[in-house]
Design a protein around this ligand. Structure first.
Ligand code: NAP
Length: 312
């Protein structure tokens, strides 16, 4: 079945839903594909306490349900489907396909987000939000006076370890090698922090605890000696990098070396007229729900102006 649309939005995190709300209120009848993780990364966290407007905090999944309800209220057509291919190169109207349909879109807003790299260990999903996290800014607050691990050796791990010392009584940086990849200044800062210690040459083999309820530790292996040890810890933060969800656009849009889409600085426009990008798919720096939502608004306003300019 082939349909046409003024605006097709791919992805349903804060950026996608905000783009939908703005486009719908501009009477553009947007079509949104929710994708493989409806609601995006916020659905794998618990309380969100830094999203303005919710002084008591709100659960991540509930916040995203509210975004969705607001977009639906103004007439967004929502497809709970994965986009399997897009043709941007042939120009507008752009073909966006799921297994169920093809939509020919006058504009496309890409908000496919990024995914935190995980260790791919058993029960990882069930421990998420129950002692396991991939976002110190989101979840650090819940580890007041606790002992936490931060896994990784890059700038993110160094930054998250430092950040977590605001709450945790003890932070152990767990790295698979014996030297950090992080920049010198970040290394110096984190290793000088009296609350931080490093556990070198260490990898996690298994999460310990009750999946879906509470993590209580990890089975660790020394990568040099092979010695295995069960260690008790209150929380584990993974900081081993993120990957933008851009595979589908490879060869069609310019990306940086890590695969993030490139937009005009300060704008949501990609190099293809009528194609816009917002949220984490084009932002490796801030990666916050509120910044993603802001860029979703920008993308919708730009799509609206573009459509007006080309006479749609
Ligand atoms: P990154 O530089 O790619 O570092 C990832 C770290 O995780 C590495 O130390 C890596 O170990 C480790 N790792 C990866 N896969 C692993 C696995 N399966 N098991 C165990 N460890 C694993 O990622 P990032 O730290 O997120 O940084 C991304 C980019 O953002 C970098 O360019 C960074 O400079 C930048 N950044 C900058 C700032 C800042 O300037 N304030 C803050 C955050 C990020 P190995 O070292 O052994 O490969």
């Amino acid at each position: 079945m082939t349909e046409t649309a003024n605006v097709v939005i791919i992805g349903s995190g804060p950026a996608g839903w905000t783009a939908a709300i703005y486009a719908a209120r501009a009477n553009l009848a947007p079509v949104l594909f929710e994708g493989p993780q409806p609601g995006g990364q916020l659905t794998i966290t618990t309380d969100v306490e830094n999203y303005p407007g919710f002084p008591e905090g709100i659960m991540g999944p509930e916040l995203m349900q509210r975004f969705r309800d607001q977009a639906a209220r103004f007439g967004t057509q929502i497809h709970s489907e994965n986009v399997v291919s897009v043709d941007l190169k042939s120009g507008a109207p752009f073909s966006v396909r799921s297994a169920e349909r093809e939509v020919c879109a006058h504009t496309v807003i890409i908000s496919t987000g990024a995914s935190a790299k995980l260790l791919n260990l058993p029960d990882e999903g069930a421990f998420m939000g129950h002692g396991l996290s991939a976002c110190a800014t989101c979840d650090g607050f819940f580890f007041k006076n606790k002992h936490v691990f931060v896994v990784g050796g890059g700038d993110s791990a160094a930054e998250e370890a430092n950040f977590l010392t605001r709450y945790a009584s003890k932070v152990t940086l767990v790295h698979r090698r014996d030297s950090l990849r992080a920049s010198k200044i970040m290394q110096d800062r984190v290793l000088a922090n009296p609350k931080v210690s490093a556990r070198w040459n260490s990898e996690i083999l298994e999460y310990l605890g009750t999946p879906g309820q509470r993590l209580r530790g990890a089975r660790m292996r020394d990568t040099q000696t092979g010695v295995i040890e069960d260690v008790t810890v209150d929380g584990i933060f993974l900081a081993i990098g993120h990957v933008p969800n851009t595979e589908m656009f490879r060869g069609q849009l310019t990306m940086d070396a890590k695969g993030y889409l490139q937009t005009t600085p300060g704008r949501a426009a990609t190099e293809l007229p009528g194609v816009f990008a917002c949220g984490d798919v084009q932002d490796s720096y801030y990666r916050q729900a509120i910044t993603a939502a802001g860029s979703g608004c920008m993308a919708a306003l730009e799509a609206e102006r573009y459509l007006e300019a080309v006479g749609h």
